[in-house]
Design a protein around this ligand. Structure first.
Ligand SMILES: [Zn+2]
Length: 223
C-alpha cells in the first residue's frame, strides 16, 4: 500500500521524494524542499485520498508554494472528522466525580434522554475550581475534542451556586458538537455552531431556564 502510494506520488511529482507516512494528531502534512529531493511527512489519511487531491498535492509539493492548496486543506479537514484517537486517552486521567456534580451520571442522563444512549464519548473535568476575577472573562464552560471523543467541563462549575441543568446543558452542547460536525462553507468560513446545531440546542428541556439563568447570572460568573 505504502509502496504503491509513494510510487504514485513520485510519478506525479517527477522529483526525488522521501516520503514518511505518520499517524500523529498534529502533523497532517509537512514538507521540506531540498535541492536534490523533497522530504514529505504525510498523515495516513492521505493513503485514501482521491486522485484529484493527490494531483493537487503533487503539484503543491513540486512547486514550493507558501500555502497549502484549498483542495488539500479541505481534504484534511474532512478526514480529521473521521479520525478517532479516543484509544490514546489515558482513562486514569479522566475525573468525573466532583464535589457537587458527577459528570458521568449527568452525561448518561443526557445521552439517554436525547440520543437514546447511542453516543460513546469520554468526559472529564478540567481547570481549577477557583479562578480569579481577572481570569473569569476568558472562561470556557466546556470543550469538545473531536478526535479524542472527549468532552471537558470546566471545574469551576462544580459548585453549589450552579444549577444542575446548566452543567447538563454544557454537556449537551458539547455532545452536539459530535452530532453536528462543523464545516467550511463556500466562502471558506469555518461554521461551527450551524443552523442545525442551534435548532438541536433549543430542544434541550431546560433551554429557556438556561437562557434566563445565564442572563441573570452571567455577570456574577464572568465579570
Ligand atoms: Zn460550541
Amino acid at each position: 500500500m505504502k509502496h504503491s502510494f509513494q510510487e504514485h506520488l513520485q510519478r506525479l511529482l517527477g522529483n526525488k521524494l522521501l516520503l514518511k507516512i505518520n499517524d500523529n494528531r498534529s502533523t497532517m502534512l509537512s514538507v521540506k524542499w531540498e535541492p536534490d529531493c523533497t522530504k514529505v511527512s504525510l498523515h495516513r489519511i492521505f493513503l485514501d485520498a482521491p486522485g484529484n487531491v493527490m494531483e493537487v498535492l503533487a503539484c503543491y509539493l513540486s512547486q514550493k508554494k507558501d500555502s497549502v492548496p484549498k483542495e488539500v486543506r479541505n481534504y484534511i479537514e474532512e478526514s480529521l472528522k473521521t479520525l478517532d484517537y479516543s484509544h490514546k486517552v489515558d482513562r486514569s486521567e479522566l475525573y468525573t466525580t466532583g464535589d457537587c456534580f458527577d459528570l458521568e451520571e449527568l452525561y448518561d442522563q443526557v445521552n439517554h434522554e436525547y440520543f437514546s444512549g447511542s453516543l460513546n464519548l469520554l468526559i472529564t473535568w478540567f481547570g481549577k475550581k477557583r479562578v480569579s476575577k481577572s481570569q473569569r472573562s476568558r472562561l470556557t464552560l466546556g470543550l469538545f475534542h473531536d478526535q479524542l471523543k472527549l468532552i471537558k467541563v470546566n471545574r469551576f462549575l462544580d459548585t453549589q451556586t450552579i444549577p444542575e441543568f446548566l452543567v447538563s446543558f454544557v454537556i449537551y452542547h458539547e455532545m452536539l458538537h459530535h452530532v453536528c460536525p462543523s464545516y467550511v462553507d463556500a466562502k471558506g468560513t469555518h461554521r461551527i455552531h450551524t443552523k442545525e446545531f442551534k435548532a438541536k440546542e433549543e430542544k434541550f428541556r431546560y433551554f429557556d431556564a438556561v437562557q434566563q439563568w445565564m442572563g441573570e447570572n452571567q455577570n456574577a460568573l464572568f465579570d
